[in-house]
Write a protein that binds this ligand. Structure first.
Ligand code: 5GP
Length: 113
């Protein structure tokens, strides 16, 4: 299988604004921000989408959530942010490597358009 765009970013083959990185994840600025703060929390393991995750990914999925909380403190987001996961093409997913959108600094109506 060919590398996803996010694998290329993780491998530093493509440049990005990296906000945070650890052994299991990387956090970058979204290239097309939909809020004053729009970050992508990406697992280094290339899971195509949330619904393809398995029991063995349980700890990793929890880790990604904890990274969101860590970013809130790091970037002083005042505990105010939204997490969005698009799962599947019809739900707006365009990059088939699981990622969490972290959005802050803007109020969204539920559901965002
Ligand atoms: P999705 O639509 O799959 O949920 O989210 C993909 C996100 O990746 C979009 O918000 C899009 O703006 C962002 N994106 C696409 N290409 C790049 C890129 O080359 N660099 C960065 N940093 N973000 C990208």
């Amino acid at each position: 299988m060919s590398e996803t765009l996010f694998e290329k970013i993780i491998n530093k083959e493509i440049p990005s604004d990296i906000i945070y990185e650890d052994d299991q994840s990387i956090v970058i600025k979204d290239i097309n921000p939909q809020a004053p703060v729009h970050l992508l929390i990406i697992p280094k393991k290339p899971i195509p989408m949330l619904s393809k995750a398995t029991e063995s990914d349980k700890e990793l999925l929890g880790h990604l959530m904890l990274v969101a909380g860590k970013l809130s403190k790091l970037l002083i987001l005042d505990d105010t942010f939204n997490i969005v996961i698009n799962n599947g093409e019809n739900a707006g997913q365009t990059i088939f490597h699981l990622h969490l959108h972290l959005l802050s600094g803007k109020s969204f109506n539920w559901l965002p358009a």
